[in-house]
Design a protein around this ligand. Structure first.
Ligand code: NAD
Ligand code: NA
Length: 396
């Protein structure tokens, strides 16, 4: 079939397999161009199909020749119905890894469940024995708790008061004032249950109990801080509470697994266009201004540049892992530079519907958004008939 983008609000309902393949190939090329990394060799990536998790998997495989197991929750395609982007990314990843002689298998299902943890552990036992790196990169709006059976839903709201600021509809470029009502009592608890660290700790407990963690293994989860501008809706909002919890969980894991010398870290990453960040009010305007300024300064990065730098310059330098005063790895260092943030704040004041196309990088924002779904890649013929039913080899 010929697959075109079909938008509904902030989501795209279709995805393009050839574009997804191009995305994966571009990321592989980038990692290879930066040279080998003396990193982990047997890697589990939870949330491996898109965003930072996919780029982590690619960096491990093509930077360190690692065997990878990827866990994700994606929709398989069927005749006349394209699959989700992460499905096609994973199909392309496995195919490229196999071509390079690298072990790569995937598990598609709910990572929050006991069943998927068991399935993953069995696969590690059968094929790899143990793992020496566990990347935790889930982003989800819901989690059904494996013990209580309660389904928690996360919300992106300020705490304690209404937050009003500018935002942009990146499709139309229209800048408007919005007000976001504060969260209700149990919103914080629910958001922490979904995006906090409890499930990460459960994974690490289960891996330890099954004796599939290598002595001295690392585990890394991802967080975000961002500027004062977005604080009420991000870092000091409901999602911020979940990130506080995730960051605290790193210390708990390190402590619990100290007999195995396992170290758990949170890496604070840069703001990037993803399905999740596009749905948070105010953030798209911030990102479009940030992109403009970071590109002008020659320091813009996407997920693959971020993850390659995380591995090569933080995790696997051969020396100590550098952290901030709260024990966090900072790969958002360039985003948070004073000169960059000062310029964003200046542009923020000036931004209107009339000037944002020049002031900000709406074009770059839109391209990144389309790219998430495999659209708008150079070298891909979008007029061509493609087979939408692409298998992920290890899931056949
Ligand atoms: P993403 O949506 O691109 O990736 C999420 C991954 O989780 C996918 O592989 C998806 O299949 C998987 N997933 C979701 N629910 C699942 C479930 N129930 N079971 C199994 N797999 C499931 O997200 P992302 O933007 O790469 O975010 C990953 C992490 O990075 C999050 O913790 C996020 O907060 C953090 N982060 C994001 C940004 C940003 O700007 N996007 C910045 C800093 C940190
Ligand atoms: Na991810």
């Amino acid at each position: 079939m010929i697959i075109e983008p079909r938008m509904r609000g902030f989501i795209c309902l279709t995805a393009h397999p050839t574009g997804a393949e191009q995305n994966v190939k571009n990321q592989i090329e980038y990692v290879k161009s930066k040279g080998p990394i003396n990193g982990a060799k047997k890697v589990l990536v939870i949330g491996a199909s898109t965003g930072f998790g996919l780029s982590s998997r690619i960096t491990s495989a093509f930077g360190s020749d690692a065997a990878t197991i990827g866990v994700f929750f994606e929709k398989a395609p069927s005749e006349g119905k394209p699959g989700s982007p992460g499905w096609y990314n994973s199909a392309a990843f496995e195919s490229e890894a196999n071509k390079a002689g690298l072990y790569a298998k995937s598990i598609n299902g709910d990572a929050f469940s006991k069943e998927i943890k068991e399935q993953t552990i069995n696969l590690i036992k059968e094929d790899l024995g143990k793992v020496d790196l566990v990347i935790y990169s889930l982003a989800s709006p819901v989690r059904t708790h494996p013990e209580t059976g309660v389904t928690h839903r996360s919300v992106l709201k300020p705490i304690g008061g209404t937050f009003s600021n500018k935002t942009v509809d990146f499709h139309t470029g229209k800048v408007t004032e919005i007000s976001i009502e504060p969260c209700k009592d149990d919103d914080i608890e629910n958001t922490v249950a979904v995006m906090g660290g409890e499930d990460w700790a459960m994974w690490m407990d289960a891996l330890k109990a099954a004796d599939v963690l290598e002595d001295g293994a690392l585990t890394v989860a991802y967080s975000y801080i961002g500027p004062a501008l977005t604080e009420p809706v991000y870092r000091k909002g409901t999602i911020g509470r979940a990130k506080d919890h995730l960051e605290a969980t790193a210390f708990e894991i390190t402590d619990k697994l100290k007999d195995l010398n396992v170290k758990a870290y949170v890496s604070v990453n840069k703001a990037l266009v993803t399905q999740a960040s596009s749905a948070i009010p105010v953030i798209p305007l911030y990102i479009s201004l940030l992109y403009k300024i970071m590109k002008e300064a020659g320091i813009h990065e996407g997920t693959i540049e971020q993850m390659q730098r995380l591995y090569a310059e933080r995790l696997y330098t051969g020396g100590d892992i550098p952290v901030d005063e709260k024990g966090r790895i900072r790969i958002d260092d360039w985003e948070m530079r004073d000169d960059i943030q000062q310029k964003v704040a200046e542009l923020w004041e000036q931004a209107t519907t009339e000037n944002l196309e020049q002031l900000g990088d709406l074009e770059g924002y839109r391209k990144d958004f389309y790219n998430l779904f495999g659209f708008d890649y150079e070298g891909v013929d979008y007029k061509a008939d493609v087979n939408e039913v692409v298998p992920v080899k290890s899931l056949q």
